[in-house]
Write a protein that binds this ligand. Structure first.
Ligand code: AMP
Ligand code: ZN
Length: 113
């Protein structure tokens, strides 16, 4: 399997990990768009939001619990942040492994499009 985020989660390629549990990994984005830009991914391969179902949706709750902790760890919990998950072609999803962008550390754009 050549999925880059599976390889990062399996420690087959290096990344700057900031938080990890048995089921998820959080690491710094290679091309940060904000002073804090972290990607949170499930360790098991899920392609996108389109593939979340009743069998695997508990990971989404775990990811948001992790985001809460990471925001505190990164010192942006009180100043605020944005969480984005791009899905499919129009969402400009470039890596086909479910991931959530956590961005903060500056005032972000008021528009999302
Ligand atoms: P998306 O466009 O939502 O699929 O986001 C993919 C993100 O993954 C982009 O922000 C990339 O900068 C980031 N990215 C790609 N490869 C790596 C990598 N090896 N380590 C860290 N971040 C990466
Ligand atoms: Zn994967």
């Amino acid at each position: 399997m050549s999925c880059i985020f599976c390889q990062i989660a399996n420690k087959e390629i290096p990344s700057n990990v900031v938080y990890e549990t048995d089921s998820l990994t959080a690491f710094r984005d290679l091309n940060p768009q904000a002073p804090v830009h972290i990607l949170i991914v499930p360790k098991t391969h899920i392609t996108s939001i389109n593939d979340i179902n009743s069998d695997n949706s508990s990971i989404v709750a775990e990811i948001f619990e992790a985001i809460n902790k990471i925001a505190e760890q990164e010192g942006i919990k009180e100043t605020g942040y944005r969480v984005i998950s791009n899905c499919g072609e129009d969402g400009c999803q470039s890596v086909k492994h479910l991931h959530f962008h956590l961005m903060g550390g500056k005032k972000l754009s008021e528009t999302l499009s």
